[in-house]
Write a protein that binds this ligand. Structure first.
Ligand code: P1T
Length: 380
């Protein structure tokens, strides 16, 4: 089955044996009747499993070309489950430019349980091996990174992981499986904030993991059930509905993203535009190799690198909404230094380019001329 068919049909066989409804019913139940202790029809309690969530988990696995999907209450809950595979003394090598909430979870929650994190620039994947030691267990990669749009070579990281017996996890939130499928490139775990493009309509908070290995899936399922950060059936239904248009939405996000990135690049008041589709992007060749297109996420800095000017622009936008999050059909603008990345100390975030004048756009699927007119009037 091709990707554009999988988004609609992947894992969706026999979703309603009772009446044959085309969409899986929303099984709004916490528990399931048993005829005798242990005598149930595959579901006992909805933290452990729910048929609507199970349909979504099969869909997640299908679109990422994996065997096992797991759905969580948020993207961070999914990341939390991955780090819970580790124990005190274990070490993680992580991208240094990454979502602020992931950085906060790693440094403020897991470091106090004795897990050590090395945050490094991975644009040159050869760097990764320099940080491997006897305690290293996991390589954590975000690509494209949030918000600097750095591109990391997944195949090269997978080679390091294989050589040293480490797990490689890839946060595929910005790319989605429409653009890149990390398991096919050698990753062990692919993670999503399904809140974003997979859901696609800014109406659900959810996370996802997909893996191929049965033993790894079993461990993650154990953690999912033991820690309990699962998503509910209504949300599972909404994300299943969102997934069905992922490929057409992504196609338009990419088209609009390209037009807007080029508009910003040629704007006299813009200093720098970060978008992996530019040939001048330092890792454009890797993006071209591992991605099918370049997506709808763009960051930029205005001339003079001025905080007040950045704030003025995001406040003046009328079609772009100033808001956290990304990946919905509507265009959003964000100010990472004060919003999504505020939990990273200023001197740390500025090292990776998250300066006070940086603006991040999640380009939606509206008419691109309206989006450009909005940016034009806001930038002035
Ligand atoms: O918000 P949540 O569903 O828990 O997902 C966390 C997360 C993980 N990984 C990436 C790459 C993300 O971008 C996010 C969430 N990001 C935002 C809310 C944001 O505006 O960047």
């Amino acid at each position: 089955m091709k990707f554009n068919t999988k988004t609609i049909h992947g894992g969706q066989h026999d979703v309603d044996p009772a009446y044959g409804s085309v969409m899986p019913p929303i099984y709004q139940t916490s528990t399931y009747a048993q005829s005798t202790p242990g005598g149930h029809k595959g579901f006992e309690y909805s933290r452990s499993g729910n048929p609507t969530r199970a349909a979504l988990e099969r869909a997640f696995a299908s679109i990422e070309n994996g065997k096992h999907g797991l759905a969580f209450a948020s993207g961070l809950a999914a990341i939390d489950a991955v780090v819970k595979l580790l124990k005190p003394g274990d070490e993680v090598i992580s991208t240094n430019d990454l979502y602020g909430g992931t950085y906060r979870l790693f440094t403020k929650v897991f470091e106090q349980f004795g897990v050590k994190f090395h945050f490094i620039g991975m644009e040159n994947a050869a760097q990764v091996e320099n940080y491997v030691n006897d305690n290293t267990r996991l390589i954590w990669v975000e690509t494209p990174t949030n918000p600097m749009m750095n591109i990391i070579d997944i195949k090269a990281c997978a080679a390091v992981a294989r050589k040293h017996g480490l797990l490689l996890a890839v946060d595929n939130t910005f790319a989605t499986p429409y653009l890149q499928q990390p398991l096919d490139l050698g990753a062990d775990i692919v993670m999503h904030s399904a809140t974003k493009y997979l859901g696609g309509h800014s109406d659900v908070v959810m996370g996802a993991l997909v893996v191929n290995d049965d033993k790894l899936a079993e461990k993650l399922y154990f953690i999912q059930n033991a820690s309990g950060a699962v998503c509910g059936p209504q949300d599972s239904f909404l994300v299943l509905r969102g997934l069905k248009t992922l490929h057409v939405r992504m196609q338009r996000h990419c088209e609009n993203g390209k037009t807007i990135a080029e508009f910003l690049l040629n704007h006299p008041k813009i200093e720098k535009v970060y978008w992996p589709g530019f040939e001048s992007h330092p890792n454009h060749a890797i993006a071209r190799d591992q991605m099918r297109d370049y997506g709808g996420m763009i960051s930029f800095v205005t001339k003079g690198n001025n905080y007040d000017e950045a704030v003025r622009i995001v406040e003046n936008l009328k079609i772009f909404t100033l808001a956290e999050s990304l990946g919905g059909v509507e265009s959003l603008a964000g100010h990472p230094a004060s919003m999504t990345h505020a939990s990273i100390p200023k001197e740390e975030r500025e090292k990776t380019g998250v300066v006070d004048a940086l603006i991040r756009l999640s380009v939606g699927i509206e008419d691109v001329n309206d989006l450009i007119a909005d940016l034009e009037q806001a930038i002035g």
